[in-house]
Design a protein around this ligand. Structure first.
Ligand code: DLL
Length: 433
């Protein structure tokens, strides 16, 4: 069993708590002294940095939300002057202003350590070539895994995303050992490998590290089969750090959080009350190991549950369940909550194609949901009757999982857009009206 940082990853709870307490105390002081936004917030509730004595005091602190970053655009929440930053990243900003994040040299090192832990947990070693097909740029995926690969001493291959046939050719020619990209891009790479007449077993890739979007256990099996590899999950978000905030180990039973840098809580999204282990709620992080953007109790909007049970891999760090989706990705169809990931599970359980698109609309006062699913190649010669029967079978399975009717339409294989980054699975026409 290999670990990148065994002294932390396998530490006793007492040791971890001691580190967390010391770091929380110093980060709160940093935030209060150097960020006007936090100073005001603390003063409003009569809280002084001296009131924080240990990690147990974290619930005394106020939450931070995404709009706080936007309201202080671009650099207003930084605790250091811009001249101390060595890197800036930003969210794509498709809705409103982008969120801007800055890193000091120390912060980049923290982030690279997280990504390096993830790579080693996925079985990477110094002799490996790490093929990074996450986008390079303001998005944190590419550079995050790149620095992680260099940190653990492997060879980083900055392929970035796109030009998929060339990617496959490089995987072949260079003998890459690990592939890093979004799970939807991994599926697309798998399809392209087959289209090019290559047998995945002839590639040297033995594992993939996939994240940046929700994906189900069923999708994991599909990718493992399609690429003939073991598929590991990795989680992160620009505001906290890119990929490597949490990662799968070989047990694939929850993602280990780098809790010495990013202290997690799960809260009831409506009340903010902290929930016990095992209960699903909104994931909240406090950046106890970062200098430039020490966010306090940042509400990620991601839904998951935590467990502090020791993992069979030997790691003791707290684990989060695979994020089920974001509170803002959740569809409300005729009053019922639906996560796209539930639809993905049903489709894959029925051995359907993993390429799907959910179209939500409103007819009169009624929400409608249609799920477009690509036909499997072998269904090509099916009669219309046979296709309708399959559609109906999927509709029944969806109804029983979601408790709401969704119309299913089988569409031609290859007709839905493929993703090179984060897949767009939902078109909500209600928002356009
Ligand atoms: O997606 C960082 C990243 C890059 C993570 C590469 C993993 C791999 P953002 O673009 O800021 O950062 O998007 C963050 O993506 O709040 C989640 O909703 C979602 N997300 C990220 N990883 C996962 C995952 C990057 N493994 C947002 N499972 C997060 C489910 C994920 N959702």
């Amino acid at each position: 069993m290999a670990y990148f940082a065994p002294e932390i990853e396998c530490a006793s709870r007492d040791y971890l708590r001691a580190i967390q307490s010391a770091r929380l105390i110093s980060m709160v002081k940093n935030a209060y002294e150097n960020i006007e936004f936090y100073r005001k917030k603390f003063d409003e509730i009569g809280l002084k940095p001296e009131d924080i004595h240990s990690i147990d005091d974290i619930t005394k602190l106020p939450f931070t939300v995404k709009t706080d970053l936007r309201d202080n655009y671009p650099f207003g929440l930084f605790a250091v002057p811009q001249t101390d930053l060595i890197r800036i990243h930003a969210s794509s900003g498709t809705t409103g202003k982008p969120t801007v994040v800055g890193y000091t040299e120390h912060d980049i090192d923290v982030w690279a350590q997280g990504a390096a832990r993830a790579l080693v947990a996925a079985g990477a070693n110094k002799d490996d070539i790490i093929h990074v097909s996450y986008g390079y740029g303001l998005f944190t995926g590419g550079l995050g895994m790149h620095y992680g690969a260099e940190k653990m001493g492997a060879t980083a291959l900055p392929a970035s995303s796109g030009n998929t046939k060339r990617q496959v050719q490089m995987l072949m020619d260079f003998g890459s050992n690990l592939l890093c990209c979004t799970p939807s891009y991994a599926m697309f790479i798998g399809e392209t490998i087959r289209e090019m007449g290559i047998n995945p077993a002839d590639l040297k890739v033995r594992a993939g590290i996939f994240g940046a979007e929700p994906w189900t256990e069923e999708m994991r099996l599909e990718i493992e089969k399609s690429l003939n590899i073991k598929a590991y999950d990795i989680y992160g978000l620009s505001e906290i750090a890119g990929p490597g905030v949490a990662y799968d180990c070989e047990c694939q039973n929850g993602l280990h959080i780098c809790e010495d840098f990013f202290y997690p809580e799960v809260v009831n999204p409506d009340t903010g009350e902290v929930l016990p282990d095992g209960e699903y709620g909104e994931l909240v992080f406090t950046c106890i190991g970062k200098e430039a953007l020490p966010l306090i109790r940042y509400r990620t909007r991601d839904i998951c549950a935590l467990t502090h049970e020791k993992c069979d891999c030997g790691r003791t760090t707290v684990r989060m369940t695979k994020p089920r989706g974001r509170t803002d990705d959740m569809l409300i169809i005729r009053g019922i909550n639906v996560f796209p990931s539930q639809i993905e599970s049903v489709l894959l359980e029925l051995n359907m194609n993993p390429n799907y698109l959910i179209v939500v609309d409103r007819k009169g006062n009624l929400d409608t949901m249609e799920v477009l699913v690509e036909m499997q190649p072998e269904m090509f010669s099916d009669t219309i009757k046979a296709i309708e029967t399959t559609e109906h079978k999927i509709e029944i399975a969806l109804q029983s999982t979601l408790n709401v009717y969704a119309k299913v339409r089988l569409v031609e294989a290859g007709s839905l857009a493929r993703s090179e980054g984060k897949a767009k699975r939902v078109i909500d026409k209600r928002k356009e009206n």
